[in-house]
Design a protein around this ligand. Structure first.
Ligand code: BGC
Length: 762
């Protein structure tokens, strides 16, 4: 048959299937709305076409640009126009995606549309705070909205699918990718995962403002040994089931359209070829029905892991385990056909994977209209619009965490001559953070600009950089070079500090000092910043330290010596306004940390919900208990911690009853009074401790929280209901268990809360 004839037959078959899209069918009533249509498409596909759907490439505009001969001569181009590519990542923009979609729909036999994917992590063009920062807002509604806005911008640029949210629980601030997630707590991470997935996907994936989400990285990536990216993961099954998996279970329940593999091994099996994770847990236990995509060449990396001698074996292991789309690995496109022919793998594994891909394409509405997302007019209207910038400012304000405020230095009241010092003070790029998709470089409002726009006119700001931070490449792909020598700016900065009433110092990490591949062994202020800070402190101790960073830092000296410290992360588009409004008191900080800040790197991993030991600390000075001899057991700033300009007093916890059966609930109530003269918001946290568990429990676990507004002088009552779900845990074999016995409920302002009430599960 000629190619043209094949194409005509293919298109007729596909059209008949697609036309039936609008007919309600039996399958629709039983759950999977597209099963019958997916099966029909599958039934007319050749093996090569099926494998093509599982092949994903990162492609730029080289194939679609005018007369680009080089691109069009390439193997990838030939594969693209012959149905051997099912999805593409990194191709952007309504125009480019439209051209490539046309190329594929018009040239391939069946005209099955491509999926366009991209890492939209904290915004497409409008940058919201990096996810770790956003998580510090504990404001699920706002996080859902930022994901929604990011989805609207992406979808208007022709994208269908984001590789977000990253929901890896992590306890190691040395790992650069902590900036991409929501910190150390599985419950909070699960709640935020759900909010972000709902934000990206809405309740209709075919809507032109929603995109498919990806729960990543499944699983354990956040526990890379010594915080080194891509490193092995050595954890026990209790940690796996109670810390790592719950957010993924939540993502599955929130119908995340896809899951992505992790690069690491876990229990000595790479996640990409991990039957236990992908089959036993994901498919069988959770009944997950979406598609599983590998991470970048993670199938190929099975060879490096030492579990596959070659790419063919890697392909076999990965597809058999349930890794369905091969991102940039070429393992499937090169090997799956021969593996089937040789009887090495069952065609059923391929069919199942292809069905998941087709199902997603149906859900996105691509079989109805493959070009619906690529609309330049909509792109111009939606991408980077003012409303999204307003939203970025709103969440940035809630993401700021006040770490210290001695002598009520903040908010700034009377200072008239203020020195603004530090390499990040006028930086318009750092606040955009890493994983910044299509952010326009240098487009954030800098702190300095924010100060000038926000403060009264009679306040005079003067600036000195003090020290350069980065002297090397500043981009996603290259390692940055940090200034370790040049102190030539110190004197000017000191002279300025000396003559000023107050010093605002903006220090921290540039955007590319955290993120993928950015693990650090020393998480203090990089370069000469601390030295500068010490020298400035010697001439003027009235310092407000504004930190911009993508991970917890080690700040022991700073905490001891600097009177006011504001954690301002990488806050996105309007960072400078959000920070300045906080400094002047127009915004009362309400954020709380979602990762513990260590006193020393040697404490890492440090996290609040660790297990107890047989020898917990009882009093200082004792030798034979769980401790370091040279540093306290506590973190510098604990999980859940953050100050406010308001003062909140917690009264006694009241319980409606002291015992419950599993069918009952106990109401736990606490009264909080704002004893200050400033209206504020407080994040009220409820933790449970199990006193009688069969497996050693965590000392305390967050089970609920509420962010409440309390006006100056007012009192509010916050009520929680304690349900059996809050009292259960996963045993090391993965079974959820609920065990009778005594528990404690703590309600308070952060994870170090001591106030509790005891109750019994009967
Ligand atoms: C990262 C993923 C990301 C992918 C595609 C990988 O290096 O680990 O999180 O989605 O690249 O950009």
């Amino acid at each position: 048959m000629t190619r043209l004839l094949k194409k005509i037959i293919g298109v007729i078959c596909l059209s008949l299937i697609v036309l039936s899209c609008n007919q309600p069918n039996r399958v629709e009533e039983t759950g999977n709305r597209y099963e019958a249509r997916v099966d029909s498409v599958l039934s007319i596909m050749t093996l090569e076409e099926k494998i093509g759907q599982l092949n994903q490439y990162s492609l730029g505009s080289e194939f679609t640009g005018p007369g680009n001969k080089k691109g069009q001569d390439s193997i990838r181009y030939q594969q693209l126009i012959s149905g051997q590519v099912g999805s593409v990542l990194n191709l952007l923009g309504a125009e480019n995606t439209l051209k490539m979609q046309k190329l594929v729909v018009e040239n391939t036999r069946l005209g099955i549309p491509l999926l366009f994917a991209y890492d939209v992590i904290h915004g497409y063009q409008t940058m919201f705070p990096v996810p770790l920062a956003e998580s510090a807002s504990w404001n699920l509604e706002l996080m859902e909205k930022t994901a929604q806005a990011a989805a609207a911008e992406s979808a208007a640029s022709g994208l269908h699918w984001t590789f977000a949210p990253m929901i890896d629980v992590t306890v190691d601030a040395r790992w650069g990718r902590v900036m991409e997630g929501a910190g150390e707590d599985p419950y909070l991470q699960s709640e935020i995962a759900t909010a972000r997935i709902n934000g990206f996907q809405g309740n209709d994936l075919s809507h032109n403002k929603t995109i498919a989400a990806t729960a990543k990285h499944f699983a354990g990536y956040g526990y890379a040994e010594s915080g080194k990216d891509y490193n092995s993961v050595n954890i026990n099954n209790y940690i796996l089931h109670n810390h790592i998996l719950p957010p993924f279970k939540a993502a599955s329940e929130a119908n995340a359209a896809s899951f992505m593999n992790a690069f690491n091994d876990i229990n000595a099996v790479p996640a990409t070829a991990n039957q236990y994770l992908l089959q036993d847990i994901l498919r069988k236990k959770w009944n997950y029905d979406g598609v599983v995509v590998s991470d970048w060449n993670s199938i190929g990396e099975l060879v490096n892991h030492g579990v596959s001698p070659d790419l063919k074996n890697a392909a076999k292991k990965a597809i058999s385990a349930g890794s369905e789309i091969d991102m940039e690995g070429t393992a499937y496109i090169r090997n799956l056909a021969s593996l089937v022919e040789e009887g090495e793998i069952d065609i059923a594994a391929i069919d199942k994977a292809v069905k998941h891909v087709l199902q997603l394409k149906f859900e996105l509405g691509l079989f109805d209209d493959p070009f619906k997302y690529s609309n330049s007019e909509r792109e111009n209207e939606i991408v980077g619009n003012e409303m999204h910038h307003d939203l970025a400012e709103e969440i940035a304000k809630e993401s700021i965490v006040l770490l210290k405020n001695e002598r009520s230095l903040l908010p700034i009241k009377s200072a008239k001559n203020i020195a603004v010092i530090g390499p990040l003070a006028k930086d318009k790029d750092t606040p955009l953070g890493n994983w910044r998709a299509q952010a326009v470089a240098n487009s954030a409002v800098s702190l300095y600009e924010g100060l000038e726009q926000t403060f009264p006119e009679d306040v005079n700001f003067e600036y000195a950089e003090g020290v350069e931070l980065s002297i090397g490449p500043n981009n996603f792909f290259q390692e940055q070079v940090i200034n370790e020598r040049d102190k030539s700016g110190f004197e000017e900065a000191k002279a300025l500090a000396k003559k000023s009433d107050l010093v605002i110092m903006a220090l921290g990490e540039t955007a590319y000092m955290s993120g993928e591949g950015r693990s650090r062994a020393d998480i203090g202020l990089p370069g000469l910043q601390k030295e500068l800070l010490k020298e400035i402190h010697a001439v003027n101790p009235n310092i407000i330290l504004v930190l911009m960073n993508g991970r917890p830092l080690e700040l022991s000296w700073e905490d001891e010596n600097i009177p006011a410290i504001l954690e301002a992360w990488h806050l996105g588009q309007r960072a400078g306004i959000a920070i300045a409004e906080t400094l002047v008191g127009q915004n009362n900080p309400s954020g709380k940390l979602t990762m513990s800040f260590p006193r020393q790197v040697g404490q890492i991993p440090i996290y609040y919900n660790h297990k107890t030991t047989g020898r917990p600390s009882t009093a200082p000075g004792q030798v034979f208990y769980t401790h370091h001899t040279d540093v306290d057991n506590s973190p510098l700033y604990p999980f859940g911690f953050g100050l406010s300009y308001s003062k909140f007093d917690y009264r006694q916890i009241e319980l409606s009853q002291n015992s419950m059966t599993e069918d009952e609930e106990i109401m736990a109530t606490v009264t909080i009074q704002n004893t200050s003269e400033v209206d504020g918001q407080e994040i009220v946290q409820l933790y449970i401790q199990d006193l009688e568990a069969e497996e050693t429990p965590m000392i305390k676990s967050l089970k609920a929280f509420q962010k409440v507004e309390v006006k100056a002088g007012q009192t509010v009552q916050v009520e929680f209901s304690i349900k059996k779900q809050m009292l259960s845990y996963y045993k090391s074999n993965g079974d959820l268990t609920l065990e009778k016995g005594d528990f404690r409920v703590f309600i308070g302002t952060n994870s170090t809360v001591e106030q509790y009430k005891k109750f019994e599960l009967k």
